[in-house]
Design a protein around this ligand. Structure first.
Ligand code: FEO
Length: 394
Protein backbone atom coordinates (compact mmCIF):
# COMPACT_ATOMS: atom_id res chain seq x y z
CA UNK A 1 0.00 0.00 0.00
CA UNK A 2 1.20 3.44 -0.81
CA UNK A 3 -0.53 6.70 -0.06
CA UNK A 4 0.00 10.20 -1.43
CA UNK A 5 0.86 12.57 1.38
CA UNK A 6 1.40 15.72 -0.63
CA UNK A 7 2.41 16.40 -4.26
CA UNK A 8 5.21 13.92 -4.99
CA UNK A 9 5.56 12.58 -1.45
CA UNK A 10 4.16 9.09 -0.91
CA UNK A 11 3.93 7.12 2.32
CA UNK A 12 5.33 3.63 1.68
CA UNK A 13 5.62 2.34 5.26
CA UNK A 14 3.98 -0.43 7.22
CA UNK A 15 1.07 -0.27 9.66
CA UNK A 16 1.66 -2.78 12.44
CA UNK A 17 -1.80 -3.44 13.83
CA UNK A 18 -0.69 -6.38 15.96
CA UNK A 19 2.22 -4.79 17.81
CA UNK A 20 1.63 -4.85 21.57
CA UNK A 21 5.21 -4.62 22.81
CA UNK A 22 8.02 -2.49 21.43
CA UNK A 23 11.73 -2.29 22.31
CA UNK A 24 11.54 -5.97 23.17
CA UNK A 25 9.08 -6.01 26.06
CA UNK A 26 10.01 -2.54 27.26
CA UNK A 27 7.22 -0.38 25.81
CA UNK A 28 3.54 -1.34 25.60
CA UNK A 29 1.77 -0.45 22.37
CA UNK A 30 -1.92 -0.90 23.15
CA UNK A 31 -2.89 0.67 19.82
CA UNK A 32 -0.26 -0.91 17.58
CA UNK A 33 2.13 1.30 15.63
CA UNK A 34 3.39 2.14 12.19
CA UNK A 35 6.84 2.43 10.64
CA UNK A 36 6.58 5.34 8.28
CA UNK A 37 8.76 5.44 5.20
CA UNK A 38 8.37 8.12 2.55
CA UNK A 39 9.21 8.15 -1.14
CA UNK A 40 9.85 11.62 -2.56
CA UNK A 41 9.67 11.53 -6.37
CA UNK A 42 11.03 14.78 -7.73
CA UNK A 43 13.53 14.96 -10.61
CA UNK A 44 15.64 12.95 -8.20
CA UNK A 45 14.07 10.30 -6.00
CA UNK A 46 14.73 10.01 -2.28
CA UNK A 47 13.54 7.33 0.12
CA UNK A 48 13.25 8.54 3.72
CA UNK A 49 13.80 5.64 6.15
CA UNK A 50 12.54 2.07 5.90
CA UNK A 51 10.62 -0.23 8.28
CA UNK A 52 11.29 -2.77 11.02
CA UNK A 53 13.21 -5.91 9.99
CA UNK A 54 10.39 -8.50 10.19
CA UNK A 55 8.57 -6.51 7.48
CA UNK A 56 11.67 -6.00 5.29
CA UNK A 57 10.72 -8.32 2.45
CA UNK A 58 7.12 -7.12 2.35
CA UNK A 59 8.36 -3.52 2.35
CA UNK A 60 10.86 -4.01 -0.47
CA UNK A 61 8.39 -6.02 -2.57
CA UNK A 62 5.78 -3.27 -2.24
CA UNK A 63 8.35 -0.59 -2.93
CA UNK A 64 9.46 -2.43 -6.06
CA UNK A 65 5.83 -2.50 -7.22
CA UNK A 66 5.72 1.29 -6.71
CA UNK A 67 9.01 2.20 -8.38
CA UNK A 68 11.91 0.51 -10.15
CA UNK A 69 14.29 0.33 -7.16
CA UNK A 70 17.18 1.41 -9.39
CA UNK A 71 15.42 4.75 -9.81
CA UNK A 72 15.90 5.55 -6.12
CA UNK A 73 18.76 8.05 -6.16
CA UNK A 74 19.18 8.60 -2.43
CA UNK A 75 18.30 6.86 0.79
CA UNK A 76 17.96 9.04 3.88
CA UNK A 77 18.57 7.15 7.14
CA UNK A 78 17.28 9.55 9.80
CA UNK A 79 17.95 7.15 12.67
CA UNK A 80 19.56 3.72 12.88
CA UNK A 81 17.19 2.08 15.36
CA UNK A 82 15.98 -1.07 13.69
CA UNK A 83 12.32 -0.06 13.52
CA UNK A 84 13.46 2.40 10.80
CA UNK A 85 16.58 0.81 9.38
CA UNK A 86 15.57 -2.84 9.65
CA UNK A 87 14.74 -3.18 5.95
CA UNK A 88 18.00 -1.60 4.77
CA UNK A 89 19.90 -4.90 4.39
CA UNK A 90 17.12 -6.31 2.18
CA UNK A 91 16.84 -3.08 0.19
CA UNK A 92 20.60 -2.75 -0.26
CA UNK A 93 20.76 -6.28 -1.67
CA UNK A 94 18.86 -4.87 -4.65
CA UNK A 95 20.58 -1.48 -4.92
CA UNK A 96 23.94 -1.92 -3.17
CA UNK A 97 25.58 1.27 -4.49
CA UNK A 98 22.79 3.72 -3.70
CA UNK A 99 24.11 6.42 -1.36
CA UNK A 100 22.78 6.48 2.20
CA UNK A 101 22.65 9.95 3.76
CA UNK A 102 22.93 10.05 7.52
CA UNK A 103 24.80 11.77 10.33
CA UNK A 104 28.31 10.80 11.39
CA UNK A 105 26.80 8.97 14.35
CA UNK A 106 24.38 7.33 11.91
CA UNK A 107 27.29 5.71 10.08
CA UNK A 108 28.58 4.39 13.42
CA UNK A 109 25.20 2.97 14.46
CA UNK A 110 24.30 1.52 11.07
CA UNK A 111 27.73 -0.06 10.68
CA UNK A 112 27.57 -1.37 14.23
CA UNK A 113 24.21 -2.95 13.58
CA UNK A 114 24.58 -4.31 10.06
CA UNK A 115 28.37 -4.53 9.52
CA UNK A 116 28.06 -3.51 5.87
CA UNK A 117 30.30 -1.21 3.91
CA UNK A 118 27.44 0.75 2.34
CA UNK A 119 27.92 3.96 0.37
CA UNK A 120 27.46 6.35 3.29
CA UNK A 121 27.33 10.12 2.78
CA UNK A 122 27.69 11.99 6.04
CA UNK A 123 25.60 15.13 6.57
CA UNK A 124 25.39 17.77 9.26
CA UNK A 125 22.98 20.58 10.12
CA UNK A 126 22.44 22.90 7.18
CA UNK A 127 23.67 20.49 4.51
CA UNK A 128 21.39 20.30 1.49
CA UNK A 129 20.60 17.65 -1.08
CA UNK A 130 19.02 18.79 -4.32
CA UNK A 131 16.12 16.75 -5.67
CA UNK A 132 15.69 19.11 -8.64
CA UNK A 133 13.43 22.08 -7.97
CA UNK A 134 13.23 21.17 -4.28
CA UNK A 135 15.92 20.26 -1.83
CA UNK A 136 16.24 18.37 1.40
CA UNK A 137 17.84 20.32 4.24
CA UNK A 138 19.26 18.24 7.07
CA UNK A 139 19.12 19.10 10.76
CA UNK A 140 21.00 16.96 13.25
CA UNK A 141 18.88 16.15 16.31
CA UNK A 142 21.24 14.28 18.64
CA UNK A 143 19.56 12.50 21.56
CA UNK A 144 16.09 12.95 20.10
CA UNK A 145 16.39 10.23 20.88
CA UNK A 146 19.65 8.59 19.76
CA UNK A 147 22.96 10.32 19.05
CA UNK A 148 22.40 9.69 15.34
CA UNK A 149 18.88 11.14 14.98
CA UNK A 150 18.24 13.82 12.39
CA UNK A 151 15.39 15.70 10.74
CA UNK A 152 15.06 16.54 7.04
CA UNK A 153 13.11 19.49 5.69
CA UNK A 154 11.82 19.48 2.12
CA UNK A 155 11.70 22.96 0.59
CA UNK A 156 8.83 23.79 -1.71
CA UNK A 157 6.50 21.38 0.07
CA UNK A 158 7.48 22.83 3.47
CA UNK A 159 7.34 19.47 5.23
CA UNK A 160 9.54 18.25 8.05
CA UNK A 161 10.50 14.58 8.22
CA UNK A 162 10.93 14.40 11.98
CA UNK A 163 11.56 10.69 12.48
CA UNK A 164 10.70 9.65 16.08
CA UNK A 165 10.06 13.20 17.31
CA UNK A 166 6.36 14.17 17.41
CA UNK A 167 5.41 10.54 16.70
CA UNK A 168 3.37 8.07 18.65
CA UNK A 169 2.69 4.34 18.62
CA UNK A 170 -0.72 4.40 17.01
CA UNK A 171 -1.94 2.23 14.15
CA UNK A 172 -4.52 3.93 11.98
CA UNK A 173 -5.63 3.50 8.40
CA UNK A 174 -6.46 7.22 8.38
CA UNK A 175 -2.84 8.38 8.68
CA UNK A 176 -3.59 12.12 9.18
CA UNK A 177 -3.98 13.77 12.58
CA UNK A 178 -7.33 15.37 11.79
CA UNK A 179 -8.91 12.03 10.85
CA UNK A 180 -8.29 10.07 14.05
CA UNK A 181 -9.70 9.99 17.58
CA UNK A 182 -8.09 13.03 19.22
CA UNK A 183 -8.18 11.65 22.78
CA UNK A 184 -6.43 8.45 21.69
CA UNK A 185 -3.93 10.36 19.60
CA UNK A 186 -2.83 12.77 22.33
CA UNK A 187 -2.75 10.03 24.97
CA UNK A 188 -0.33 8.06 22.77
CA UNK A 189 1.74 11.19 22.07
CA UNK A 190 1.96 11.93 25.80
CA UNK A 191 2.88 8.35 26.64
CA UNK A 192 5.59 8.41 23.95
CA UNK A 193 7.04 11.63 25.30
CA UNK A 194 6.83 10.53 28.95
CA UNK A 195 8.47 7.15 28.42
CA UNK A 196 11.03 7.97 25.75
CA UNK A 197 11.84 11.65 25.60
CA UNK A 198 11.59 12.84 29.23
CA UNK A 199 15.33 12.52 29.98
CA UNK A 200 16.16 14.57 26.89
CA UNK A 201 13.77 17.44 27.63
CA UNK A 202 16.45 20.19 27.74
CA UNK A 203 17.62 19.05 24.29
CA UNK A 204 14.02 18.97 23.02
CA UNK A 205 13.58 22.62 23.96
CA UNK A 206 16.92 23.64 22.44
CA UNK A 207 16.29 21.76 19.19
CA UNK A 208 12.76 23.07 18.74
CA UNK A 209 13.89 26.64 19.35
CA UNK A 210 16.77 26.15 16.89
CA UNK A 211 14.40 24.87 14.19
CA UNK A 212 11.83 27.61 14.89
CA UNK A 213 14.70 30.10 14.56
CA UNK A 214 15.10 29.11 10.90
CA UNK A 215 11.64 30.67 10.36
CA UNK A 216 10.77 28.13 7.70
CA UNK A 217 7.17 27.64 6.62
CA UNK A 218 5.76 24.40 8.00
CA UNK A 219 2.89 22.72 6.22
CA UNK A 220 3.22 19.20 7.64
CA UNK A 221 5.26 17.12 10.04
CA UNK A 222 5.89 13.63 8.71
CA UNK A 223 6.77 11.44 11.67
CA UNK A 224 8.17 7.94 11.57
CA UNK A 225 5.46 6.46 13.84
CA UNK A 226 1.72 7.00 13.81
CA UNK A 227 -0.06 9.84 12.10
CA UNK A 228 1.11 12.68 9.89
CA UNK A 229 0.52 16.16 11.33
CA UNK A 230 -1.19 18.06 8.50
CA UNK A 231 -3.82 19.97 10.51
CA UNK A 232 -2.10 22.70 12.56
CA UNK A 233 1.24 20.89 12.82
CA UNK A 234 2.46 23.54 15.24
CA UNK A 235 0.09 22.10 17.87
CA UNK A 236 2.34 19.12 18.55
CA UNK A 237 5.41 21.37 18.63
CA UNK A 238 3.70 23.50 21.28
CA UNK A 239 2.78 20.36 23.24
CA UNK A 240 6.41 19.25 23.16
CA UNK A 241 7.54 22.62 24.50
CA UNK A 242 5.04 22.27 27.37
CA UNK A 243 5.95 18.66 28.11
CA UNK A 244 9.67 19.40 28.00
CA UNK A 245 9.30 22.19 30.56
CA UNK A 246 8.92 19.96 33.66
CA UNK A 247 5.28 19.39 32.80
CA UNK A 248 2.79 18.59 35.52
CA UNK A 249 -0.94 18.64 36.08
CA UNK A 250 -2.83 19.00 39.34
CA UNK A 251 -2.52 15.28 39.99
CA UNK A 252 -1.10 13.09 42.75
CA UNK A 253 -0.44 9.48 41.87
CA UNK A 254 -0.15 6.68 44.42
CA UNK A 255 1.75 3.63 43.20
CA UNK A 256 2.02 0.55 45.35
CA UNK A 257 2.17 -3.19 45.50
CA UNK A 258 0.78 -5.29 48.31
CA UNK A 259 1.06 -8.86 49.63
CA UNK A 260 -1.86 -9.21 52.05
CA UNK A 261 -3.63 -5.91 51.41
CA UNK A 262 -2.12 -3.91 54.27
CA UNK A 263 -0.16 -1.61 51.94
CA UNK A 264 -3.23 -1.37 49.69
CA UNK A 265 -5.33 -0.22 52.64
CA UNK A 266 -2.64 2.33 53.48
CA UNK A 267 -2.72 3.62 49.89
CA UNK A 268 -6.48 4.00 49.93
CA UNK A 269 -6.52 5.77 53.31
CA UNK A 270 -3.74 8.14 52.22
CA UNK A 271 -5.74 8.91 49.06
CA UNK A 272 -8.85 9.62 51.17
CA UNK A 273 -6.81 11.94 53.41
CA UNK A 274 -5.52 13.89 50.41
CA UNK A 275 -9.08 14.23 49.10
CA UNK A 276 -10.29 15.57 52.48
CA UNK A 277 -8.10 18.66 52.28
CA UNK A 278 -7.82 19.16 48.52
CA UNK A 279 -10.98 18.64 46.54
CA UNK A 280 -9.46 20.01 43.33
CA UNK A 281 -6.55 17.60 42.96
CA UNK A 282 -6.91 14.43 40.89
CA UNK A 283 -5.75 11.44 42.94
CA UNK A 284 -5.04 8.18 41.13
CA UNK A 285 -4.06 4.82 42.64
CA UNK A 286 -2.34 1.98 40.82
CA UNK A 287 -1.32 -1.44 42.03
CA UNK A 288 1.91 -1.84 40.11
CA UNK A 289 1.60 -5.60 39.94
CA UNK A 290 -1.59 -5.11 37.93
CA UNK A 291 -0.72 -2.01 35.94
CA UNK A 292 1.13 -1.57 32.68
CA UNK A 293 4.51 -0.04 33.52
CA UNK A 294 4.44 2.53 30.71
CA UNK A 295 0.93 3.65 31.66
CA UNK A 296 2.11 4.10 35.26
CA UNK A 297 5.06 6.20 34.07
CA UNK A 298 2.73 8.33 31.96
CA UNK A 299 0.71 9.05 35.13
CA UNK A 300 3.90 9.94 37.03
CA UNK A 301 4.84 12.28 34.18
CA UNK A 302 1.51 14.10 34.61
CA UNK A 303 1.75 14.29 38.41
CA UNK A 304 3.01 17.05 40.66
CA UNK A 305 3.61 14.48 43.39
CA UNK A 306 3.80 10.72 43.81
CA UNK A 307 3.57 8.35 46.75
CA UNK A 308 5.16 4.94 46.38
CA UNK A 309 4.37 2.03 48.70
CA UNK A 310 5.55 -1.50 49.27
CA UNK A 311 5.52 -3.95 52.12
CA UNK A 312 8.90 -5.16 53.32
CA UNK A 313 10.08 -8.47 51.92
CA UNK A 314 13.52 -9.95 52.67
CA UNK A 315 14.62 -6.53 53.97
CA UNK A 316 13.67 -4.93 50.65
CA UNK A 317 10.69 -4.14 48.44
CA UNK A 318 8.43 -5.99 46.04
CA UNK A 319 9.81 -6.46 42.56
CA UNK A 320 7.07 -4.52 40.73
CA UNK A 321 7.90 -1.43 42.82
CA UNK A 322 11.65 -1.96 42.40
CA UNK A 323 11.24 -2.19 38.62
CA UNK A 324 9.32 1.04 38.40
CA UNK A 325 11.78 2.88 40.66
CA UNK A 326 14.66 1.68 38.48
CA UNK A 327 12.89 2.82 35.32
CA UNK A 328 12.12 6.23 36.82
CA UNK A 329 15.77 6.73 37.74
CA UNK A 330 16.68 6.86 34.06
CA UNK A 331 13.84 9.21 33.16
CA UNK A 332 15.18 12.04 35.34
CA UNK A 333 11.86 13.58 36.36
CA UNK A 334 12.20 17.04 37.88
CA UNK A 335 10.28 19.16 40.38
CA UNK A 336 8.03 16.37 41.63
CA UNK A 337 7.36 15.86 45.32
CA UNK A 338 7.35 12.31 46.63
CA UNK A 339 6.88 10.14 49.69
CA UNK A 340 7.20 6.48 50.61
CA UNK A 341 4.95 4.23 52.63
CA UNK A 342 4.53 0.55 53.43
CA UNK A 343 3.51 -2.07 55.93
CA UNK A 344 5.78 -4.60 57.61
CA UNK A 345 5.81 -7.41 60.12
CA UNK A 346 9.22 -7.27 61.77
CA UNK A 347 12.18 -5.56 60.03
CA UNK A 348 10.40 -2.84 57.99
CA UNK A 349 13.07 -1.50 55.62
CA UNK A 350 10.80 -0.91 52.61
CA UNK A 351 10.00 2.74 53.29
CA UNK A 352 13.65 3.69 53.65
CA UNK A 353 14.57 1.77 50.49
CA UNK A 354 11.83 3.47 48.45
CA UNK A 355 12.70 6.93 49.81
CA UNK A 356 16.35 6.40 48.91
CA UNK A 357 15.48 5.37 45.36
CA UNK A 358 13.14 8.34 44.96
CA UNK A 359 15.76 10.78 46.23
CA UNK A 360 18.41 9.31 43.94
CA UNK A 361 15.99 9.71 41.03
CA UNK A 362 15.58 13.43 41.68
CA UNK A 363 12.20 13.41 43.43
CA UNK A 364 11.76 15.87 46.30
CA UNK A 365 11.22 13.59 49.30
CA UNK A 366 10.04 15.72 52.20
CA UNK A 367 9.94 13.31 55.13
CA UNK A 368 10.80 9.82 56.30
CA UNK A 369 7.57 8.36 54.99
CA UNK A 370 4.94 6.27 56.71
CA UNK A 371 5.48 2.71 57.87
CA UNK A 372 3.04 0.63 59.87
CA UNK A 373 3.18 -2.86 61.34
CA UNK A 374 0.84 -5.67 60.38
CA UNK A 375 -2.71 -5.05 59.20
CA UNK A 376 -3.93 -1.47 59.63
CA UNK A 377 -6.53 -1.17 62.40
CA UNK A 378 -8.63 1.88 63.26
CA UNK A 379 -5.72 3.88 64.68
CA UNK A 380 -3.37 2.98 61.86
CA UNK A 381 -5.98 3.92 59.29
CA UNK A 382 -6.36 7.27 61.00
CA UNK A 383 -2.59 7.72 60.84
CA UNK A 384 -2.70 7.06 57.07
CA UNK A 385 -5.48 9.61 56.58
CA UNK A 386 -3.56 12.14 58.58
CA UNK A 387 -0.45 11.41 56.52
CA UNK A 388 -2.46 12.00 53.34
CA UNK A 389 -3.89 15.26 54.74
CA UNK A 390 -0.44 16.51 55.71
CA UNK A 391 1.07 15.46 52.37
CA UNK A 392 -1.65 17.34 50.49
CA UNK A 393 -1.11 20.47 52.60
CA UNK A 394 2.64 20.50 52.21
FE1 FEO B 1 11.33 4.63 16.26
FE2 FEO B 1 14.11 5.39 17.97
O1 FEO B 1 13.06 4.40 16.83
Amino acid sequence: MSMRVKNNIHWVGKIDWELRKFHGDEYSTHKGSSYNSYLVREQKVALIDTVWGPYAKEFVDRLAAEIDLKKIDYIIASHAESDHSGALPELMRHIPDTPIYCTKNGVKSLTGMYHKDWNFRTVKTGDKLSLGDKELVFVEAPMLHWPDSMFSYLTGDAVLFSNDAFGQHYASESMFNDLVDQAELFQECLKYYANILTPFSPMVIRKINEVLGFKLPLDMILTSHGIIWRDKPAQIVEKYLQWADNYQENQITILYDTMWNSTRVMAEEIAAGIGEVDTEVTVKLYNLAKTDKNDAITEVFKSKAVLVGSPTINNGILVSVAALLEEMKGLKFKNKKAAAFGSYGWSGESVKVIARHLTESGFLVGDEGLRLTWAPDGESRKACREYGRTFAKT
